[in-house]
Design a protein around this ligand. Structure first.
Ligand SMILES: C[S@@+](CC[C@H](N)C(=O)[O-])C[C@H]1O[C@@H](n2cnc3c(N)ncnc32)[C@H](O)[C@@H]1O
Length: 254
């Protein structure tokens, strides 16, 4: 499994799964009529394209990411759209003048950052006063399995939030980050997602790959791995597999 908790095909899969949430997160930008809106940590550009369709020709949507391969995929999908652009940059230092940007959106970026506060300060620096910021995050500590042994579930949560993902508790800190960076009109909304099939948990949450990685790193014993997997497989074949996770949408204005 990749060192990172995502790759291009994972972003495509989760993009389909999160389509409605993504579209909902665009609504804060509806009033933007001109200038540049940035999708920070844009990955393969799904939301750059989604936002540009909603905003029309008066606004340029710029996808910023530090991964050139993902940006190339975005460029390919945008297929020369005139109001779309992609830029290679670290989120801590984006190439925009102070107060020059009309909106910033960042989905599932903050969880990967070692210096989240610096990125919030950078977003605030680049935004035009009165302009919106929207952050979408996965609440990893809230990942819940309703069938396997609870002790193993706790180990999975700890591994994800303390080992695998740099800032695994980011979803719970968004309002604090926004406050610290002097944003106003801070709002937070929580959206629960329930997965009823083990195949979906494997596709959208990489459950199978995570427990395998944990076993290989001796974060789970073979017995823990076997008991968890067989409980989940058994629940799945009997039609009562269930796991859930919350996603958080935080919004504010500069
Ligand atoms: C889980 S993906 C989410 C992608 C996209 N926002 C989406 O919802 O499909 C996280 C993205 O953040 C980018 N990223 C992570 N750390 C970054 C950093 N320090 N600067 C810029 N981009 C970063 C990754 O390259 C990746 O594309």
């Amino acid at each position: 499994m990749s060192d990172k908790h995502y790759n291009a095909s994972y972003l495509e899969d989760t993009g389909r799964f999160l389509k409605e949430l993504k579209e909902y997160s665009y609504s804060a930008f509806k009033e933007v009529a001109s200038g540049n809106v940035i999708d920070l940590g844009c990955g393969i550009g799904l939301d750059v394209i989604g936002l540009s369709k909603m905003l029309g020709d008066g606004v340029k949507v710029i996808g910023v990411d530090h991964d050139q391969l993902l940006l190339d995929k975005g460029k390919e999908s945008a297929n020369g759209s005139p109001n779309v652009e992609f830029m290679l940059s670290e989120a801590t230092k984006i190439p925009f003048e102070d107060g020059s940007v009309s909106g910033v959106r960042a989905e599932r970026l903050i969880q990967h950052l070692k210096e989240p506060e610096a990125v919030f300060a950078e977003i605030n620096r680049a935004l035009n006063p009165g302009s919106p910021v929207v952050i979408v995050e996965t609440d990893w500590p809230n990942l819940t399995f309703y069938n396997g042994p609870t002790a193993v579930e706790r180990k999975i949560n700890r591994y994800l939030t303390e080992v695998k993902i740099n800032n695994g508790t980011a979803a719970r800190k968004l309002t604090a980050y926004l406050e610290q960076s002097s944003f106003s009109n801070i709002r937070i909304e929580v959206f629960p997602f329930v997965l009823k099939k083990l195949a979906d948990a494997n596709q959208y949450l990489w459950t199978g790959a995570i427990i395998e990685e944990m076993k290989a790193k001796q974060e789970l014993s073979s017995e823990e791995y076997d008991s968890f997997l067989s409980a989940l497989t058994n629940a799945d074949s009997n039609g009562y597999f269930s796991c859930s996770i919350n996603l958080v949408v935080a919004s504010a204005t500069k």
